[in-house]
Each structure stands twice: as C-alpha cells, then as structure tokens.
Ligand binder design. Structure first.
Ligand SMILES: Cc1cc2nc3c(=O)[nH]c(=O)nc-3n(C[C@H](O)[C@H](O)[C@H](O)COP(=O)(O)OP(=O)(O)OC[C@H]3O[C@@H](n4cnc5c(N)ncnc54)[C@H](O)[C@@H]3O)c2cc1C
Length: 357
C-alpha cells in the first residue's frame, strides 16, 4: 500500500472538508462528522481531518497510478471549493512529482485502418502497457502540436497535472481502448470521423500515419456492474466500448444492445459469447446528436420486464444522456448501482463534456 499526506491551510477548513465529502459522495462511500471524514473510492481511500484553518488529508492506494489519481482528485476539488486565492497543497510520502505522470505513456502509431465510412481503427504501440488492461476502459489521447517535438505534461507537487503552454500546448480527447495486448505492446482505438472545424481527435484519426506520436493517459472508468441482464445503449462513439464489453461477457449473460449509427455501412459485426440481441438504429444522414433515437428505444424496451438483476450502460451525446438518465433515475427509479450513463460528447461543444455518473 502507498501513502501520501498533505496539510492545507485555508480560512474555514471544516467547511472545505464538508464540501469535499459532499462532492466525493457522488463517486465513493463517504462518512463525515465533527471535522473528520473518510472516503473510499474503491481504488483508494482518504482520511480527512479539519480544525480551524488546518485541513489534513491522508491518501492511500494500492499502486502509484491510483495514488496519483487520489492526490489529483483531492487537489483539483480543493481548488474548486476553497475560496480564491486557492491554498497551497504540497504532498509528502509516496509518489513522484516534477516528472511525467505514472499514468502517461508516449505512443507511436503502428497502423490506421478504415473500418466504416465514419470510423478508423488506430493501432498504437507503447511500453509497459500492462496497467492499461485493468481498472477501466477509457484513456485520454494527447495530441502534440503539428511539426513540433512534443513536450509532455508533468505532475506538480500539488498532485495536479502541469500542462505545457504556448506553442507546446497539447490537445486531448477521451477514447475507449477497444483492444489491448500488453505482451505485444499495443492498443487499438476506434475513432469516429465527424465534421467540424477544429476536431483534434477526428483529424488525428483521418490523417494518422505509422510513426506519428501521441500521448496516452489512463486508464479509468466506464465498466459495467455485475448483473445477469445487460442493456447497452450508445451512438457510434460508444460502439468501441459496447463491442469490447460484448466480447468480454460470459456465455451466461443476456444482453440487449441498441446502437445508433448513420447507416447500414456504419454497422460493425459484434462478437460475443453472451445471448445477445443487437439492434442498430440509423440517422440516415441527419446530424449526429439531433435525432432522438436512443431515449425512445430505451422506453420501448419495457425495462421492468427484464427483472431485477439488470444493469443499464449508456454512452451518447449530451441531450440523449440527459433524457436517458432522467428516465432511469426519476421516472423508473432504477438504483444508482444498476446504471452507468455518460455523455460522450456534446453538440456544438469541443472537448470534455463532463456528464456522467
Ligand atoms: C468516456 C468516453 C469514451 C469515449 N470513447 C470514444 C471512442 O472510443 N471513440 C470515439 O470516436 N469517441 C469516443 N468518445 C467521444 C469523443 O471523446 C468525442 O466525440 C470528442 O469530442 C471527439 O473529439 P474531436 O477532437 O474529434 O472533436 P471536438 O473538438 O471535441 O469537437 C468539435 C465539434 O465536433 C462535434 N463532435 C464531437 N464529437 C462528435 C461526434 N462523434 N459526432 C458528431 N459531432 C461531434 C462537437 O460537438 C463540436 O462541435 C468518448 C468520450 C468519453 C467521455
């Protein structure tokens, strides 16, 4: 087990502790009272103690990536909740600072393959990928500016990422590891090609050539909870995740998958041992994220008929995400541990969306 500790001086430490614990309760098991708090994120634990102007945080986790996530999560939320100017944070104990983060790898394009009219598979090679095969399916691809030697991000002593600025500024977008083979040293990422003026991810996939360099950080999030029946919903951006989940499911699982793509040529044949019913819905040339296909498809499934041992997973555009989450939570009252709904992108907004459970 690795440990780190920080002592933060702030105007009202008890208030800050309460705000942090309140927020962390969306992501883990939390208990707090009388100036002490305990948070269990599953991948690591934090103990917090506040008195007057002093907040002490002790974090522990089983490996250096999880410890780095703990420190980063605490530091970013202290910056979010503490009054301006943000207090200084300096971690002591395990974990490195000032160097490239343990969750970062420099990757080289090995090949780029056109899968459908709107999707390219990019194979990326890198060293020491074993850790990317566990603890979540998602990564962040980091694109260096064209024609410049990349300057990669480092870890600050406060636990947050220090991104290069100016001419070395990096763009980054979130993707799913479609396939990983740590022994052979590669990952496959399936990337949707879409229109738009500045689209670093789609542009990278369109032009990727063997030898191109990108950064990759992760892994994290996005896995399904245990259940005998799975409902998987998503648009093309979630197709890689759904394909991977289907491939990894046991023969005992029952699956209903509903996937939105532009047209028949965008459908992929999906392999699974599970008893799966896979349905594709077509936009037929209408803009992605504007068709309202997934929410009515979910309603039409009559979820209660699938029994109690069900898990609903969904990745899609923000408007559909909101409708689907509201339906599951407010209308049918599906328990939190029985669904994971995420906004994978948002119409007319570049980069991170920040919508999910
Ligand atoms: C957890 C997670 C996993 C993801 N996995 C994948 C994956 O495996 N494969 C994948 O392709 N995407 C995946 N995405 C979605 C991807 O991160 C976004 O689509 C991202 O915005 C693409 O970046 P970009 O640089 O191409 O476009 P951006 O610069 O982000 O956006 C530019 C413009 O394009 C629009 N836009 C963005 N995405 C789309 C789209 N799909 N269709 C139409 N218009 C779009 C935006 O609204 C904006 O107007 C994932 C997202 C999340 C959160």
């Amino acid at each position: 087990m690795l440990h780190a500790r920080t002592e933060i001086i702030v105007a009202d430490a008890v208030r800050l502790l309460a705000d942090l614990c309140e927020h962390f309760s969306e992501h883990g098991d939390v208990s707090y009272a009388d100036g002490t708090g305990a948070v269990d994120f599953g991948f690591g634990q934090a103990r917090l103690g506040a008195e007057g102007r002093r907040l002490v945080v002790e974090a522990k986790a089983s490996d250096e990536i999880y410890l780095a996530y703990m420190k980063m999560g605490v530091a970013e939320h202290v910056h979010e909740f503490a009054p301006v100017p943000a207090p200084e944070i300096h971690w002591t104990g395990d974990g490195v600072t000032g160097t490239i983060p343990p969750f970062f790898r420099a990757m080289r394009v090995v090949s780029a393959q056109t899968l459908t009219p709107h999707m390219r598979r990019i194979r990326l090679a890198g060293r020491d990928l074993g850790r990317f095969a566990e603890g979540g399916h998602h990564v962040r691809l980091i694109f260096p500016p064209a024609g410049r030697e990349p300057v990669w991000p480092t870890l600050g002593s406060d636990g947050r990422i220090v991104w290069p600025e100016g001419e070395d500024r990096l763009e980054h977008r979130v993707y799913t590891i479609r396939r990983i083979d740590p022994a052979a040293g590669f990952v496959d990422i399936d990337i949707v090609l879409h229109s738009g003026e500045e689209t670093p991810g789609s542009r990278f996939a369109t032009g990727a050539r063997p030898g191109d360099i990108v950064g990759m950080s992760g892994p994290g999030g996005g896995e399904i909870g245990p259940a005998s029946t799975l409902i998987l919903l998503g648009d093309d951006t979630a197709l890689p995740a759904i394909a991977r989940m289907l491939e990894e499911l046991p023969a005992t699982a029952t699956v209903k998958a509903v996937i939105e793509v532009d047209g028949p040529a965008d459908e992929l044949t999906l392999a699974t041992k599970a008893a799966a019913d896979i349905v594709y819905l077509h936009r037929g040339g209408r803009p992605a994220g504007s068709c309202d296909l997934l929410p009515p498809a979910l309603r039409a499934l009559d979820l209660p008929a699938f029994g109690n041992d069900v898990f609903v997973w969904c990745g899609c555009e923000f408007t559909d995400f909101r409708a689907i989450r509201a339906y599951l939570r407010k209308e049918i009252g599906l328990a939190r541990h029985r669904h994971l709904v995420a906004a994978y992108w948002r119409r007319d907004r570049a980069g991170d969306v920040g919508g999910g459970d």
